[in-house]
Every structure is written in C-alpha cells, then in structure tokens.
Design a protein around this ligand. Structure first.
Ligand code: GDP
Ligand code: MN
Ligand code: MN
Length: 251
C-alpha cells in the first residue's frame, strides 16, 4: 500500500468543484481511496461563518461563563452558540465542550475549526460528510472516498485523523469467524478500516500550512471479509456515552 498527497491544490473557496480539482492533478485508478480533509470539503460547501452568525442564547452564555471561570480565558459565547447549533447532544460542558454532531460524530467543539479559515472566524464540519464523499466520488476516477477530520480521543494524548464520511467502501471489515495463527476463532474483532485509512492519510496531509488536504491511498485491499457500514455508535449500545450522561447528571 502506498500513500501520496495530491500536489498543487489551491486555496479552496465556496463553490469550488473539489472533484475536478483533484481529478485534474493526479491519474487516479478505480481502486484508489481518496481521503479528503473535511476542512476543504467545508470550504467548498460554504461552511465558513463569522461570529456574528451566532447570536448567543442563554445556554451559550452560561457555558462560556463557566468555561471562563474554569480556564481564566475569555470565551466567546458565540462560539458556544455555534457548537450548540451543530449538535444534538452536549456530553461534556466544561472544561471543554464535547458534543454529538447531527450526523453522529462525537467530538470536541462539534469539530468547528478556528485554524486554516481565511475569510471567516469559524469553519463548521460538512453537514452530511458521507453525502459529500459520494459527490466527490461521482466526479473523480477513483471509486472510494473518505472525508477525514483531526480529532482527539479519550484515554490517549494527541489527535489523529478519523473518518467522518465515506462512500464506495465499507466502514469496517469483520474478522469474526476467521481464525488466528493458532486456529482459534476470532470472536469480537471488527476492524474499523475507514478510521485506519483516515489516520494514515492524516500523517501525510499534516496539520499546518502544508497545503496537502487530499491524500490518495493506492493498493489498499479490503480483502475477502464481510463488511459493515456501522461507524458511529448508536446511543443504545454505547456504554461510555451512557456513563458520561449519568455522570453529567449527577454533578
Ligand atoms: P482538518 O484536519 O480537516 O481539520 O484540516 P487541517 O486544518 O488539519 O488541514 C489539513 C491539511 O490541509 C493541511 O496540510 C493544510 O495546510 C491543508 N489545507 C487546509 N485548507 C486548505 C486549502 O484551502 N487548500 C489547500 N491546498 N490546502 C489546505
Ligand atoms: Mn478539523
Ligand atoms: Mn487536521
């Protein structure tokens, strides 16, 4: 397997045809997986906003005040308002905002970025990243597309790339029923392939001013496995999310 960045992509603006920009710059093969940083998908989809677009309500003011008390830094209640409007549930309010977005992704600040946002204050995640992935896919020679974001996770330091949308491949491959080298049957392993590919792509894309938001994964083979599109956990089976709910309600 090989990964490389698509060269010479310009600054992306609202209305840009990302698929055409990608397809013009690299000779894609049908089985390539094209990983696109959500940042440029959002820019193309016009998800750049000024703070003025989010006049804060009482809840946003309360959250900003509380964050300020804890951290000592002034927090803009309009930022909290933007996060609330992007979210279906607030899991943690302080010392940081952890929420579930409308499309099911749980992340800090609903994935809203304040870096790499020329022409505005805030960059919101794409509204429906898997639909974005499908649109890009329909305009390029490759059949598989992943929309990525950089995201932290509990229990470990640092951020890494994750998949927030995908099209043309399944999210996971299921090893259950297959055997290990001892002949023991695997009982639980469902490997989340799109997150793994997103993490690898993110290594190449970088986080700063590299200008390489699109990474091609070549010769990745899904292999002969049962696949599944399950990615974001449903609330019902998500014990950690349930525990956070209980803890939040007790404090
Ligand atoms: P995120 O992980 O999706 O939030 O995106 P990042 O802000 O981490 O950016 C990922 C990569 O895309 C970095 O190499 C940035 O320099 C690059 N990047 C961000 N916006 C643009 C853009 O409009 N054009 C180009 N060419 N690169 C960009
Ligand atoms: Mn981001
Ligand atoms: Mn990033």
């Amino acid at each position: 397997m090989e990964l490389f960045a698509v060269p010479d992509l310009p600054e992306i603006r609202e209305g840009d045809d990302l698929a055409a920009l990608i397809d013009d710059r690299v000779d894609l093969r049908p089985d390539d997986v094209v990983c696109v940083a959500s940042t440029v998908v959002s820019k193309a989809e016009g998800r750049v906003y000024d703070y003025e677009a989010f006049p804060p309500g009482p809840r946003a003011r309360e959250i900003a005040d509380r964050l300020e008390t804890i951290s000592g830094d002034r927090k803009d209640p309009r930022f909290a308002q933007a996060v609330l409007e992007e979210s279906t549930e607030v899991l943690i309010e302080a010392p940081f905002l952890l929420t579930a977005t409308r499309f099911g992704h749980v992340g800090v600040n609903a994935g809203i970025d304040r870096s790499n946002v020329p022409g505005g204050d805030l960059l919101l995640l794409p509204e429906r990243p898997s639909e974005s992935a499908a649109r890009i896919r329909s305009g390029i020679a490759a059949d598989r597309v992943i929309v990525t974001d950089t995201c932290g996770r509990p229990f470990r330091h640092g951020q890494r790339g994750v998949a927030i949308g995908w099209s043309g491949l399944q999210a996971s491959r299921d090893w259950r029923g297959e055997t290990d080298r001892d002949g023991r049957e695997l009982g639980v392993t469902v490997e989340n392939v799109i997150d793994e590919l997103a993490a690898a792509a993110n290594l190449v894309a970088g986080e700063g001013d590299g200008g390489t938001p699109v990474v091609v994964v070549r010769d990745f083979e899904f292999g002969d496995h049962v696949g599944s599109d399950a990615h974001f956990r449903e609330i019902d089976g998500d014990l950690v999310r349930q525990a956070i709910r209980e803890w939040t309600h007790e404090t």
